[in-house]
Ligand binder design. Structure first.
Ligand code: GLT
Ligand code: MN
Ligand code: MN
Length: 392
């Protein structure tokens, strides 16, 4: 990539990938791996080659296989640390694999078996220590197996209580060990379970105030997850932002209603991706932007690098489009027309007082006249299309 290319990423962009994303060998429920399994250090080298990457995130078992010996563990850690140094890449986020092993077939923190629940918490404590060894600051919780196929099997109220209990315990653990983690919860409606508890980002936003340490807890929404359920991802992220709870974000793409496709960010939903980038830019989101996606199954190593570069490039191109949108005179004048403020009424409805209520009841608000005011949304939306297609 040429130096002068304005869409060349730099570590200041805070783009991250996971060992499990660029390292994904392309296995699916119908077919075996199509790419060789890379060692963690090799994945970091691949990201180094892509260029401009800030960090690489990992599950405990992406780095250390679940049954690794102490010698193997030491060896892997050593070469991973060397690869991070060599490529000037950080490890800002860590998480626990609480879904792959058969022990978690009926959940981890919400399992019906107290021993499995204890093991899940213990595994997370060890994984939190591992994350700290590499400097991770954010700890993600994706409860992939926390769910059910049949509601005969679990009490969904008890599931919420068990999940809360585990998180309260782990928050205290982080605090008592001075780990300084912030926790970020990631929702998903289904897959791999028939239904997953805490199916949307809003579910976690509702849970957080009931936790023992709500301040250290936020969310990690993923584009594909709300989109799978036919919901507007941008609106979920907006609510998290408004609450000061957007601690992390998983960027990818997804066709509505399909299985979790984890496509390259922006590869399908240009418009939604644009409005997501706009939201993050307009509200000054400073956290990590993690590409939680997989290259197409046809990709070889070279194409996986193209996939990583493409993810970052798309984000930066959309950022430049946001800048254009915000500077575009026509668009801005339309927006000014649409947003009709009224200082006097705004004051009245801002907060309740007996006097405000009385004045509001007396206000002359003619619904027929109000309904007649123009809303040129067709014109506005077409300008967005023109802008995104590069003819504006
Ligand atoms: C898994 C899942 C992702 C989560 C990861 C974190 S693992 O790949 O599909 O959405 O973010 O556990
Ligand atoms: Mn994710
Ligand atoms: Mn996903």
């Amino acid at each position: 990539m040429a130096k002068s290319d304005p869409f060349t990423p730099t570590p200041a962009d805070r783009f991250t990938f996971g060992l499990w994303t660029v390292g994904n060998p392309g296995r699916d429920p119908f077919g075996e791996a199509v790419r060789p399994r890379l060692a963690p250090a090799e994945i970091v080298d691949l990201l180094g080659e892509a260029g401009g990457v800030y960090g690489v995130n990992f599950h405990d078992n992406d780095l250390i296989p679940i049954d690794a010996s102490p010698q193997e563990t030491a060896q892997i850690k050593k070469s991973f640390a060397a690869a991070l140094r060599r490529n000037k890449i950080k490890a800002p986020m860590a998480t626990t694999n609480l879904f792959g092993d058969p022990v978690f077939k009926d959940g981890a923190f919400t399992s019906n078996d107290a021993e499995v629940r204890a093991y899940a918490i213990q595994k997370t404590m060890n994984a939190m220590k591992l994350g700290k060894e590499f400097g991770a600051k954010t700890y993600v919780f994706w409860g992939g197996r926390e769910g059910a196929e049949s509601d005969a099997t679990k009490d969904p109220v008890v599931a919420v209580e068990r999940f809360r209990e585990a998180i309260d315990f782990l928050c205290d653990y982080s605090i008592s060990e001075k780990m300084g983690y912030q926790f970020a919860f990631e929702a998903k409606p289904n897959e791999p379970r028939g239904d997953i508890f805490f199916s949307v980002t809003g579910s976690y936003l509702a849970l957080i105030p009931s936790l023992k340490h709500p301040d250290m807890c936020g969310v990690n929404p993923e584009f594909a997850h709300e989109t799978m359920a036919g919901l507007n991802f941008v609106h979920h992220v907006a609510q998290a932002l408004e609450m000061g709870k957007l601690f992390h974000i998983d960027l990818n793409d997804q066709v509505m209603g399909r299985f979790d496709q984890d496509y390259r960010f922006g590869s399908n939903s240009y418009k939604a991706a644009f409005f997501l980038v706009k939201l993050l830019s307009d509200y000054g989101y400073k956290g990590m932007k993690h590409f939680d996606s997989h290259a197409y199954r046809q990709a070889d190593r070279k194409d996986v690098i193209a996939f990583a570069r493409g993810s970052m490039r798309t984000f930066k191109i959309l950022e430049s489009k946001v800048e254009r949108f915000n500077k575009d005179r026509k668009i801005q004048s339309l927006l000014n027309k649409i947003h009709r403020e009224n200082a006097k009424l705004g004051k009245l409805t801002k907060s309740f007082s007996k006097a405000n209520a009385k004045a509001l009841l007396a206000a002359d608000l003619n619904r027929v006249k109000l309904a007649r005011k123009p809303l040129p949304y067709e014109e506005l939306d077409q300008l967005v299309f023109d802008l995104l297609m590069g003819v504006r």
